[in-house]
Design a protein around this ligand. Structure first.
Ligand SMILES: Cc1cc2nc3c(=O)[nH]c(=O)nc-3n(C[C@H](O)[C@H](O)[C@H](O)COP(=O)(O)O)c2cc1C
Length: 191
Protein backbone atom coordinates (compact mmCIF):
# COMPACT_ATOMS: atom_id res chain seq x y z
CA UNK A 1 0.00 0.00 0.00
CA UNK A 2 1.19 3.54 -0.72
CA UNK A 3 1.60 6.03 2.12
CA UNK A 4 -1.58 7.72 0.90
CA UNK A 5 -3.54 4.46 1.02
CA UNK A 6 -2.29 3.63 4.53
CA UNK A 7 -3.05 7.11 5.86
CA UNK A 8 -6.41 7.37 4.13
CA UNK A 9 -7.52 4.02 5.51
CA UNK A 10 -6.50 4.97 9.08
CA UNK A 11 -8.30 8.31 8.75
CA UNK A 12 -11.46 6.74 7.36
CA UNK A 13 -11.55 3.77 9.74
CA UNK A 14 -11.13 5.85 12.90
CA UNK A 15 -14.42 5.98 14.76
CA UNK A 16 -15.35 7.35 18.13
CA UNK A 17 -15.57 4.26 20.32
CA UNK A 18 -17.38 4.72 23.62
CA UNK A 19 -16.70 3.16 27.05
CA UNK A 20 -19.65 0.74 26.83
CA UNK A 21 -17.73 -1.02 24.01
CA UNK A 22 -14.42 -1.28 25.86
CA UNK A 23 -13.14 -4.66 27.07
CA UNK A 24 -11.31 -5.06 30.35
CA UNK A 25 -7.75 -5.18 29.06
CA UNK A 26 -5.06 -2.89 30.37
CA UNK A 27 -3.51 -0.44 27.94
CA UNK A 28 0.30 -0.68 28.28
CA UNK A 29 2.09 2.52 29.26
CA UNK A 30 4.17 2.15 26.08
CA UNK A 31 1.00 2.46 23.95
CA UNK A 32 -0.14 5.52 25.90
CA UNK A 33 3.29 7.04 25.34
CA UNK A 34 3.06 6.35 21.59
CA UNK A 35 -0.29 8.13 21.50
CA UNK A 36 1.07 11.12 23.43
CA UNK A 37 4.21 11.25 21.29
CA UNK A 38 2.03 11.70 18.20
CA UNK A 39 0.21 14.59 19.90
CA UNK A 40 3.52 16.38 20.29
CA UNK A 41 4.00 16.58 16.49
CA UNK A 42 0.87 18.62 15.80
CA UNK A 43 1.39 21.95 14.03
CA UNK A 44 1.76 24.88 16.43
CA UNK A 45 1.89 28.57 15.50
CA UNK A 46 4.88 30.34 17.12
CA UNK A 47 5.82 26.96 18.57
CA UNK A 48 3.81 27.51 21.73
CA UNK A 49 3.05 23.73 21.86
CA UNK A 50 -0.05 24.49 23.95
CA UNK A 51 -1.17 20.87 24.53
CA UNK A 52 -0.98 19.64 28.11
CA UNK A 53 -2.22 16.22 29.21
CA UNK A 54 -3.15 14.50 32.44
CA UNK A 55 -2.98 10.71 32.19
CA UNK A 56 -5.55 9.03 34.43
CA UNK A 57 -5.06 5.32 35.08
CA UNK A 58 -5.77 2.63 37.64
CA UNK A 59 -7.26 3.98 40.91
CA UNK A 60 -7.27 7.53 39.57
CA UNK A 61 -10.04 6.50 37.10
CA UNK A 62 -12.38 5.78 40.01
CA UNK A 63 -11.40 9.09 41.62
CA UNK A 64 -12.27 10.88 38.35
CA UNK A 65 -15.66 9.12 38.17
CA UNK A 66 -16.39 10.10 41.76
CA UNK A 67 -15.28 13.69 41.15
CA UNK A 68 -17.48 14.01 38.05
CA UNK A 69 -20.45 12.49 39.92
CA UNK A 70 -19.98 14.87 42.85
CA UNK A 71 -19.67 17.86 40.52
CA UNK A 72 -22.86 16.80 38.72
CA UNK A 73 -24.69 16.49 42.04
CA UNK A 74 -23.49 19.89 43.25
CA UNK A 75 -24.28 21.73 39.97
CA UNK A 76 -27.64 20.27 39.00
CA UNK A 77 -30.79 21.56 40.72
CA UNK A 78 -32.09 18.82 43.07
CA UNK A 79 -35.33 18.36 41.08
CA UNK A 80 -33.36 17.62 37.90
CA UNK A 81 -30.96 15.14 39.52
CA UNK A 82 -30.95 11.72 37.85
CA UNK A 83 -29.39 8.82 39.74
CA UNK A 84 -28.72 7.08 36.41
CA UNK A 85 -26.72 10.05 35.12
CA UNK A 86 -24.84 10.27 38.43
CA UNK A 87 -23.93 6.57 38.24
CA UNK A 88 -22.87 6.87 34.57
CA UNK A 89 -19.72 8.85 35.41
CA UNK A 90 -18.16 6.10 37.51
CA UNK A 91 -19.41 3.47 35.07
CA UNK A 92 -17.62 5.13 32.14
CA UNK A 93 -14.38 5.78 33.99
CA UNK A 94 -14.21 2.17 35.19
CA UNK A 95 -14.90 0.81 31.69
CA UNK A 96 -12.05 2.89 30.22
CA UNK A 97 -8.52 1.49 30.07
CA UNK A 98 -7.15 4.99 30.44
CA UNK A 99 -8.47 8.55 30.28
CA UNK A 100 -6.38 11.50 29.20
CA UNK A 101 -7.31 15.03 30.26
CA UNK A 102 -6.98 17.30 27.21
CA UNK A 103 -5.73 20.63 28.52
CA UNK A 104 -4.52 23.82 26.90
CA UNK A 105 -1.86 26.21 28.14
CA UNK A 106 -2.65 29.65 26.79
CA UNK A 107 -0.11 32.33 25.80
CA UNK A 108 -2.22 35.51 25.36
CA UNK A 109 0.91 37.60 24.83
CA UNK A 110 1.76 35.54 21.73
CA UNK A 111 -1.40 34.14 20.16
CA UNK A 112 -5.19 34.42 20.16
CA UNK A 113 -6.88 31.56 22.03
CA UNK A 114 -8.40 30.09 18.86
CA UNK A 115 -4.98 29.27 17.43
CA UNK A 116 -4.04 27.33 20.55
CA UNK A 117 -7.39 25.52 20.53
CA UNK A 118 -6.90 24.66 16.84
CA UNK A 119 -3.39 23.31 17.54
CA UNK A 120 -4.75 21.11 20.33
CA UNK A 121 -7.51 19.88 18.00
CA UNK A 122 -4.74 18.77 15.63
CA UNK A 123 -2.90 17.10 18.53
CA UNK A 124 -6.01 15.17 19.56
CA UNK A 125 -6.58 13.99 15.98
CA UNK A 126 -2.98 12.71 15.93
CA UNK A 127 -3.80 10.82 19.14
CA UNK A 128 -7.01 9.37 17.72
CA UNK A 129 -5.30 8.20 14.52
CA UNK A 130 -2.42 6.66 16.48
CA UNK A 131 -4.90 4.89 18.78
CA UNK A 132 -6.65 3.54 15.66
CA UNK A 133 -3.37 2.03 14.40
CA UNK A 134 -2.90 0.35 17.81
CA UNK A 135 -6.47 -1.07 17.76
CA UNK A 136 -7.35 1.11 20.72
CA UNK A 137 -10.77 2.76 20.62
CA UNK A 138 -11.10 6.33 21.80
CA UNK A 139 -13.39 9.32 21.90
CA UNK A 140 -13.25 12.98 22.89
CA UNK A 141 -15.72 13.67 25.68
CA UNK A 142 -16.59 17.28 26.45
CA UNK A 143 -19.18 17.50 29.23
CA UNK A 144 -19.67 20.99 30.73
CA UNK A 145 -18.30 19.61 34.03
CA UNK A 146 -14.75 19.73 32.60
CA UNK A 147 -14.74 23.44 33.47
CA UNK A 148 -14.51 22.42 37.14
CA UNK A 149 -11.83 19.73 36.84
CA UNK A 150 -8.87 22.09 37.23
CA UNK A 151 -8.01 20.95 40.74
CA UNK A 152 -8.38 17.24 39.94
CA UNK A 153 -6.22 17.58 36.82
CA UNK A 154 -3.65 19.75 38.55
CA UNK A 155 -4.01 22.66 36.14
CA UNK A 156 -2.15 25.96 36.47
CA UNK A 157 -3.79 29.41 36.21
CA UNK A 158 -3.15 29.73 32.47
CA UNK A 159 -4.39 26.19 31.66
CA UNK A 160 -7.90 24.96 30.92
CA UNK A 161 -9.39 21.53 30.31
CA UNK A 162 -11.09 21.02 26.93
CA UNK A 163 -12.12 17.42 27.25
CA UNK A 164 -11.44 13.88 28.34
CA UNK A 165 -9.98 11.39 25.87
CA UNK A 166 -11.44 8.02 26.84
CA UNK A 167 -9.53 4.98 25.55
CA UNK A 168 -10.02 1.24 25.61
CA UNK A 169 -9.47 -1.95 23.65
CA UNK A 170 -12.68 -3.18 22.03
CA UNK A 171 -14.17 -5.74 19.66
CA UNK A 172 -16.33 -3.41 17.55
CA UNK A 173 -16.68 -4.17 13.83
CA UNK A 174 -15.32 -1.40 11.57
CA UNK A 175 -18.10 1.14 10.99
CA UNK A 176 -18.60 3.50 8.04
CA UNK A 177 -18.34 7.17 8.93
CA UNK A 178 -21.56 9.14 8.83
CA UNK A 179 -20.56 12.03 6.57
CA UNK A 180 -22.07 13.90 3.64
CA UNK A 181 -19.81 14.23 0.54
CA UNK A 182 -16.93 16.69 0.67
CA UNK A 183 -18.05 18.06 -2.71
CA UNK A 184 -20.97 19.77 -0.91
CA UNK A 185 -18.53 21.73 1.26
CA UNK A 186 -15.95 22.98 -1.25
CA UNK A 187 -15.89 25.89 -3.66
CA UNK A 188 -13.17 25.79 -6.33
CA UNK A 189 -11.87 29.08 -7.69
CA UNK A 190 -10.02 28.52 -10.94
CA UNK A 191 -10.20 31.91 -12.62
C1 LIG B 1 -14.26 18.64 20.18
C2 LIG B 1 -15.10 17.39 20.21
C3 LIG B 1 -15.90 17.13 21.32
C4 LIG B 1 -16.69 15.97 21.38
N1 LIG B 1 -17.45 15.74 22.50
C5 LIG B 1 -18.25 14.65 22.54
C6 LIG B 1 -19.06 14.39 23.69
O1 LIG B 1 -19.05 15.14 24.67
N2 LIG B 1 -19.85 13.30 23.67
C7 LIG B 1 -19.87 12.44 22.60
O2 LIG B 1 -20.64 11.47 22.63
N3 LIG B 1 -19.08 12.62 21.52
C8 LIG B 1 -18.26 13.70 21.47
N4 LIG B 1 -17.44 13.90 20.38
C9 LIG B 1 -17.35 12.84 19.34
C10 LIG B 1 -18.38 13.02 18.24
O3 LIG B 1 -19.65 12.63 18.74
C11 LIG B 1 -17.98 12.10 17.05
O4 LIG B 1 -16.76 12.53 16.52
C12 LIG B 1 -19.07 12.15 15.95
O5 LIG B 1 -20.20 11.46 16.36
C13 LIG B 1 -18.57 11.52 14.64
O6 LIG B 1 -18.25 10.16 14.83
P1 LIG B 1 -16.80 9.59 14.50
O7 LIG B 1 -15.83 10.25 15.45
O8 LIG B 1 -16.90 8.09 14.77
O9 LIG B 1 -16.48 9.88 13.08
C14 LIG B 1 -16.66 15.04 20.30
C15 LIG B 1 -15.86 15.32 19.17
C16 LIG B 1 -15.08 16.47 19.13
C17 LIG B 1 -14.22 16.74 17.90
Amino acid sequence: MSNYEVLSSVIKNRRSIFPASYIQKEIPIAAIEQILESANYAPTHKLTEPWRFTVIRKDAKARLGETLGNLYKSKIPAHQFLQKKYDSFSEKTSQAGCIIGINIQFHPDKLPAWEEIAAVGCAVQNMALTAETLNIGAYWSSPPLIDDLGEFLGLAENEKCFGLFYMGYHNEEPKQANRTPITEKVKWLDK
